[in-house]
Design a protein around this ligand. Structure first.
Ligand code: C2E
Ligand code: CA
Ligand code: CA
Ligand code: CA
Length: 275
């Protein structure tokens, strides 16, 4: 039987292929994935807790493999990154996110995930600014999401890159907050606008006191540092109620919308917040 799940080697018979062989094949396929038009973007709204308005859309990449069907980014992004294929994919994601925002989402702000290899690539800042310019997309409506693990690798260079992005008007979000190592020193040194509390804490908010304590601490920290706090992976009204009472700024998750193609992703979600 086929193993299912977005981050597993779906479409492969376990035992027939070793993981290494699968990896090598995917790696080879990834080399021309942009040219073959197999990538697409889904968008997930990020919602203001106070107004119910959609603040921005996070772009999440999807790969429709001709033989294997959908392969999740949790599986192929790390392979693309380790094999150096990520730059072409990342550039495509940025252009496509801007293009679709302008053509389908009334020019709404978008956020994109950027990997370490991409951030450290030569001329990254100039490259991003040029792509935004080519699309006529205002940098103020563009946000880059980064995880801490990306920043530790080459701290000084990452810091310089982030400062340059920030100067150009691009917004910066620290993704998966709470799962890295050196959160607090990074918050002070790096010019982030937004912190996204990792889904693992939100998931257990209602039944685990330590997750609740961590979420509360991050919200308070964000307020003290004048950063916007986003809770990711909000699935239930109960979680929403807890986050609302703790005055979390923004929420994102299946409760409002799954990540969906730009044609069908909701343009308003206010009804869900009225609960
Ligand atoms: P992430 O940036 O932390 O994105 C959030 C993930 O959680 C997404 O999975 C999203 O579909 C999922 N999610 C959102 N709301 C909920 C919820 O309420 N419940 C649950 N259970 N899940 C929720 P996805 O799309 O499979 O992406 C996985 C990861 O792949 C992302 O994690 C991100 O690290 C990476 N990724 C996705 N697109 C890109 C991209 O264009 N470039 C790069 N470098 N990485 C990407
Ligand atoms: Ca993200
Ligand atoms: Ca995240
Ligand atoms: Ca994550």
């Amino acid at each position: 039987a086929k193993r299912q799940g977005r981050n597993t080697f779906a479409g492969f018979e376990p035992g027939m292929d070793t993981e290494l062989k699968v990896r090598r094949e995917l790696e080879a396929d990834l080399a021309s994935v942009v040219e073959r038009g197999e990538l697409s973007l889904c968008f997930q709204p990020r919602v203001s807790m106070s107004s119910g308005a959609i603040i921005c859309y996070e772009a999440l990449v999807r790969w429709e493999h001709p033989e294997r069907g959908q392969i999740g980014p949790g599986l192929f992004i790390p392979i693309a990154e380790q094999s150096g294929r990520i730059d072409a994919i990342g550039n495509w994601v940025i252009r496509e996110a801007c293009r679709l925002s302008l053509s389908k989402l009334s020019g709404a702000p978008v956020s994109v995930n950027v990997s370490g290899h991409q951030l450290r690539s030569r001329g990254f800042v100039e490259n991003v600014l040029q792509m935004l310019k080519d699309c006529d997309f205002p940098p103020e409506r563009f946000e880059i999401e980064l995880t801490e693990s990306i920043l530790v690798e080459d701290r000084d260079r990452s810091l310089a890159t982030l400062k340059a992005l920030k100067r150009s008007g691009i917004r910066l979000a620290l993704d998966d907050f709470g799962t890295g190592y050196s959160s607090l020193s990074y918050l002070r040194a790096f010019p982030f606008d937004t912190i996204k509390i990792d889904r693992s804490f939100i998931m257990n908010l209602a039944n685990d006191n330590s997750s609740l304590a961590i979420a509360e601490a991050v919200i308070n920290l964000g307020r003290a540092l004048k950063l916007t706090i986003v809770a990711e992976g909000v699935e239930t009204v109960e979680q929403l109620t807890i986050l609302s009472s703790r005055r979390c700024d923004e929420v994102q998750g299946y409760l409002f919308s799954r990540p969906l193609p730009a044609d069908v992703v909701p343009q308003t979600v206010e009804s869900q917040l009225a609960v």
